[in-house]
Design a protein around this ligand. Structure first.
Ligand code: SAM
Length: 278
């Protein structure tokens, strides 16, 4: 069942759940990063009886895994601006909410674990979003926050891993153009690099972080980055950030099985609310 609270549209989100290939795109994101997210969540100890909050649940892979992991004694609340992909999930311990992280309420001190991946970078007021996530933690509860970094210096760094080397300049242009779309919308394509400082600044304890990025092969099957570029195509063209010829060049390189490229850097950061706080 999906419950609804009063939701204000957050127009900084550059993608759209209603796009005809969005579920496919989000599942490709999960295939790339769910295995790592599960390892980090297991490492903070999530297990039977925990009460968890999954914010911006997307296609729902992490929320479903959490629901199985916490079992019947525990519970998971999964939220999203548009939670359509988790409807009809059939788990009695998983509540799905249509909810805007910036403007809708969350139970204060309600959760042993709060997790969000590739969400806070998209919201206009990231400091406020983080404050809402921290306030939802029980004393001693864990925040695991994951966000990407592909803007600024990261665009050049990511491009350097591209095979073949001849494609490095085109790849750097692609990362820079995608980052510019995010910035134009009010999102931050480099928010990942700020996570450790943000968690420390929020007063969390036992703060740690890791940066990871899988190498991906090109080929005829759809990939997360090719589908993301297809989704952003109208904005890339309208903002003058790419030409039809560049889009066609990137499409050919994505489809080439000999291509290898580094996915965007994912920063996973974690921290714990003090046991005496709040
Ligand atoms: C890039 S997707 C990531 C989905 C999922 N967390 C994952 O990593 O597989 C971002 C998700 O955050 C949601 N989202 C964006 N802004 C939000 C907000 N202000 N409040 C709640 N969800 C939001 C979007 O609807 C989308 O499902």
């Amino acid at each position: 069942m999906v419950t609804t609270t009063q939701t204000n549209a957050n127009d900084t989100y550059v993608f759209d759940q209603a796009w005809q290939r969005e579920l496919e795109r989000l599942r490709l994101l999960e295939a790339l990063f769910d295995p790592a997210s599960r390892r980090y969540l297991a490492a903070v100890g999530v297990g039977p009886g925990w009460r968890c909050l999954e914010v911006g649940c997307g296609a729902g892979g992490v929320a479903l895994w959490l629901a199985d992991r916490v079992g019947p004694e525990g519970g998971v609340v999964a939220t999203d601006l548009d939670p359509r992909f988790l409807e009809g999930h059939g788990r009695p311990n998983l509540e799905v909410r249509r909810h805007d992280l910036l403007s809708d309420p969350l139970e204060p001190g309600g959760f042993d674990l709060v997790h969000a991946r590739a969400v806070v970078m998209h919201v206009a007021d990231r400091e406020r979003a983080l404050a809402h996530l921290v306030a939802a933690l029980k004393p001693g509860g864990w925040l695991v926050l994951e966000d990407v970094h592909f803007g600024g210096a990261a665009a050049a760094l990511l491009a350097r891993y591209t095979v073949s080397a001849a494609e490095v300049p085109a790849w750097e242009r692609l990362w820079r153009a995608a980052a510019a779309v995010f910035v134009a919308a009010g999102a931050d394509p480099s928010f990942g690099e700020r996570l450790p400082a943000a968690l420390l600044g929020a007063g969390l304890e036992e703060v740690g972080a890791e940066v990871h990025a899988p190498l991906v092969a090109g080929g005829p099957a759809a990939g997360f980055i090719p589908l993301s570029v297809e989704h952003l195509r109208p904005r890339l063209l309208a903002l003058g950030l790419a030409t039809e010829a560049e889009l066609e060049h990137w499409r050919r390189v994505f489809a080439d099985p000999s291509t290898r490229y580094l996915m965007l850097l994912m920063v996973t950061a974690w921290g714990r609310r003090g046991r005496t706080s709040g």
